[in-house]
Design a binder for this molecule. Structure first.
Ligand SMILES: [Zn+2]
Ligand SMILES: [Zn+2]
Length: 496
């Protein structure tokens, strides 16, 4: 623990260091430790990034548990790839013209002169690992899942961070539409397990054989409306016309309504495969809608693409603003309080994709591997947590203290120490504050932690060889034998 006397010294150090960082004429290499330090100020979390504080962790634990149980249940093995990859991996996989590669990559030249990027997504690294480790020689399909941080260098805005977390499931080496359906079901099931109802939006982006047909149709349609498109879409028209369908600018969204449907221009093979996927989804009772304009942000998708969207029935109406006292006597208008702090309650996002994915049969070959069909999906964890909060889904707090051990006096402290270890070994979540002397403060701590039981050992209990057990909810107290304390406690916690 830092002693109070140290604090001023630390402050002085920071001040003393400050002028050095302003050294004139000294060239600073990007990424080196000699980069300028903002003088005097406390280091801040990098722009667009955030800390996940202890009180948030129960959401994360809950979600990680759901992911793991889903993976175990359906036979997916975990894979971890580095956070840093060669930039060329993502350029090759996502396409030079994709938004991600064009403007959102967190790329830099490292000290060795290599062009590297913090991974913006999980599929390309997993596909790279599949090739690098010769997984094609393993029995197919190979089913993998990943969880971890992803990075996008974009302007930070509400709910979007430069570092966010994603998990994804990927299946390599199987082109059967049942795989597509399984993955769609898993994405839907993940939310169902959290208590969130979703609907799947699904479409097919065809194959190299039929994609040129509908791309031509779509180009012809939007060319006639070119003047009404946003600037980004005007560029997309020449480079990546299907992405116009993905534009969120209201003017472009309106134009999309009358655009040709991709499904009308699929060849027979692609159409059949889409029908098979839908049939499987019917069997699995996954609610879906065919969305003939759905495209996804990456160039590597072929055939099935899908997104998981919050079901309408799950959307709870936003709470009305509290009417303020009519300041100017206006009638007929509900006055909205001005000086009130912005409400931090997140709102459910009905129209926003809560995750998605699709088939990418050409990616492995495009990256230099042998032709290998593949399919997968990814889900953002921050978004899932935001939905949980908006829908008031409270995850169980499974780190909560069950038993607090309170003590009075040195001998009691020693007994508590031993009991603590026995309880911990019996898998009881136990806490104590051995440096505290007053019983009152210890009981307050037990209350704050939400302990179900408090076990008290004072001088009397030491002499009698007993423990006083107090039920924190009912206030009932009971004296038990010290040697039977673990048994009694586990019984009271309903462990036996
Ligand atoms: Zn096709
Ligand atoms: Zn647009």
């Amino acid at each position: 623990m830092p002693s109070p006397a140290k604090k001023p010294a630390a402050k002085r150090d920071a001040k003393a260091a400050a002028p050095k960082s302003k050294a004139v004429g000294k060239e600073v290499r990007p990424g080196s430790a000699d980069a300028p330090v903002r003088s005097g100020s406390t280091p801040q979390v990098p722009r667009g990034m955030k800390d996940i504080l202890p009180q948030e962790q129960r959401y994360w634990r809950h979600i990680y548990k759901k992911i793991e149980s889903l993976a175990r249940g359906y036979g997916y093995e975990r894979i971890d790839t580095p956070i840093l990859e060669e930039t060329s991996l993502f350029v090759r996989a996502a396409g030079k013209q994709s938004d991600i590669v064009e403007k959102e990559m967190f790329s830099f030249i490292d000290k060795g002169g290599d062009n590297v990027s913090l991974r913006p997504e999980g599929t390309a690294p997993v596909a790279r690992a599949y090739i690098n480790h010769g997984m094609l020689a393993m029995p197919q399909p190979v089913k993998l899942y990943y969880v971890g941080p992803m990075f996008r260098y974009e302007r930070p805005q509400h709910g979007r961070y430069r570092q966010h977390h994603q998990f994804g499931f990927e299946v390599f080496g199987d082109s059967n539409p049942v795989i597509d359906a399984e993955l769609i079901m898993l994405a839907h099931q993940f939310y169902k397990d959290l208590g969130i109802k979703t609907t799947v939006h699904i479409n097919s982006l065809g194959c190299p054989n039929c994609r040129p047909n509908f791309t031509a149709e779509i180009v012809a349609y939007f060319r006639s409306k070119r003047s009404q498109l946003c600037e980004d879409c005007k560029r997309r028209m020449t480079k990546n016309p299907l992405r116009v369908l993905d534009c969120k600018v209201p003017g472009c969204v309106a134009l999309k309504e009358a655009a040709p449907h991709i499904v009308d221009h699929l060849d027979d093979d692609c159409k059949n495969k889409l029908m098979r996927v839908l049939e499987f989804l019917d069997d699995l009772q996954v609610p879906y809608v065919l969305d003939p304009h759905l495209v996804r942000g990456f160039d590597y998708y072929t055939r099935t693409v899908f997104e998981v969207v919050l079901s309408d029935e799950q959307v709870i109406p936003a709470p009305l603003p509290v009417p303020a006292a009519p300041a100017h006597g206006h009638r007929g208008h509900q006055a909205v309080p001005e000086a009130q702090p912005v409400q931090e309650v997140p709102q459910p996002m009905p129209a926003v994709a809560l995750g998605g994915g699709g088939r990418y049969d050409n990616l492995i070959e495009q990256m230099g591997g042998r032709p290998t069909p593949a399919c997968g999906f990814g889900i953002g964890l921050e978004r899932a947590i935001l939905q949980m909060k908006a829908l008031q889904i409270d995850p169980p707090d499974d780190n909560r203290t069950e038993v607090f051990l309170a003590q009075l006096g040195d001998q009691a402290r020693r007994k508590v120490f031993a009991l603590f270890d026995e309880l911990r070994a019996a898998d009881v979540r136990v806490a104590a504050n051995l440096s505290k002397n007053a019983l009152k403060g210890q009981l307050e701590a037990a209350n704050k932690m939400g302990a179900k039981l408090t076990a008290i050992i004072g001088q009397k209990e030491v002499l009698d060889g007993t423990v006083l057990l107090r039920d924190m909810e009912s206030g009932m107290q009971e004296i038990v034998d010290y040697n039977k304390a673990v048994l009694e406690i586990t019984k009271k916690l309903g462990r036996e």
